[in-house]
Design a protein around this ligand. Structure first.
Ligand code: GRF
Length: 213
C-alpha cells in the first residue's frame, strides 16, 4: 500500500480529483496527508471532511527558503510518503528538497511543457497565439517546470478565449490526467530512462504482499 502526500496552496481541485479517483477506483494507496503552506487554503477543509490528516507549514513563518523547505520536509516525511504530489503548490522548492524526493515527486503545470513554464501560462499562450494549449504532469527536478513528462493533454485555443475560459478548459483536462498519472505511479508502471518516462502497459498485477501492506 503506497502512501501519498499531497501539497496544495489554494483551492485544491486537482487534489480533490485525485482523492475521488483513488477512492472510486480503489487504488492500492492511502492519501496519508494533505499539507499546505497556507492556513487559508480552501482545499484543507475538503481533505479534513474526508478524514484525511491535514497540516499547515506556513511559508510566511520562515525567513529563508532553506528553513521552510527543511520544516516542510520534516512534516512530509512524518507521513512516510512513497509519492509526493504537488497540486497547485505555489512555492519554488530548493534543490536539496527536490533531490530528497527525486523520482517520487510529481507536479502538474497548466501548459504543454516545455512551452510556457512559470506563471500566467494561459496569458502566455494567448499572447503567443498558439492554437493548442494544455497541461503537463511531470516528475519534479531542480529546474522549475522541467522534468520527465508523464502525461499531457491538449485543448484548442478558441477565437475569443479569455485567460479564464482557457484556464477552465485546461483545468478539466488537469482533473483527468493528474489522477491517471498518479495511478500509474501507484501501479508501478512508470519508468524513467534518460529523462524519458516509459509507461508499462498493461499494468502488471501487484504482488499480493504489496496489496495487503
Ligand atoms: C492548476 O491549474 C495547477 O495546474 C496550477 O494551479 C492550479 C491549481 O488549481 N499549478 P487547484 O488548486 O488544483 O484547484
Amino acid at each position: 500500500m503506497k502512501n501519498i502526500v499531497i501539497l496544495i496552496s489554494g483551492r485544491g481541485s486537482n487534489m480533490q480529483a485525485i482523492v475521488r479517483a483513488a477512492e472510486a477506483e480503489r487504488w492500492p494507496c492511502r492519501i496519508a496527508a494533505v499539507i499546505s503552506n497556507r492556513a487559508d487554503a480552501e482545499g484543507l477543509a475538503y481533505a479534513a471532511a474526508r478524514g484525511i490528516p491535514t497540516a499547515v507549514v506556513p511559508s510566511k513563518a520562515y525567513s529563508s527558503r532553506d528553513d521552510f523547505d527543511a520544516a516542510l520536509r520534516q512534516e512530509i516525511d512524518g507521513f512516510q510518503p512513497d509519492l509526493v504530489v504537488l497540486a497547485g503548490f505555489m512555492r519554488i522548492l530548493t534543490p536539496p528538497f527536490v533531490e530528497h524526493y527525486s523520482g517520487r515527486m510529481l507536479n502538474i503545470h497548466p501548459s504543454l511543457l516545455p512551452s510556457f513554464p512559470g506563471l500566467a501560462t494561459h496569458r502566455q499562450a494567448l499572447a503567443a497565439g498558439v492554437k493548442v494549449h494544455g497541461a503537463t504532469v511531470h516528475f519534479v527536478t531542480a529546474e522549475l517546470d522541467h522534468g520527465p513528462v508523464v502525461a499531457q493533454a491538449a485543448v484548442p485555443v478558441l477565437p475569443g478565449d479569455s485567460e479564464e475560459s482557457l484556464a477552465e478548459r485546461v483545468l478539466a483536462e488537469e482533473h483527468r490526467i493528474y489522477p491517471l498519472a498518479v495511478r500509474w505511479f501507484v501501479e508501478r508502471r512508470l519508468r524513467i530512462d534518460q529523462g524519458v518516462v516509459h509507461i508499462d502497459h498493461p499494468a502488471a498485477p501487484l504482488p499480493e504482499t504489496e496489496r495487503n501492506r
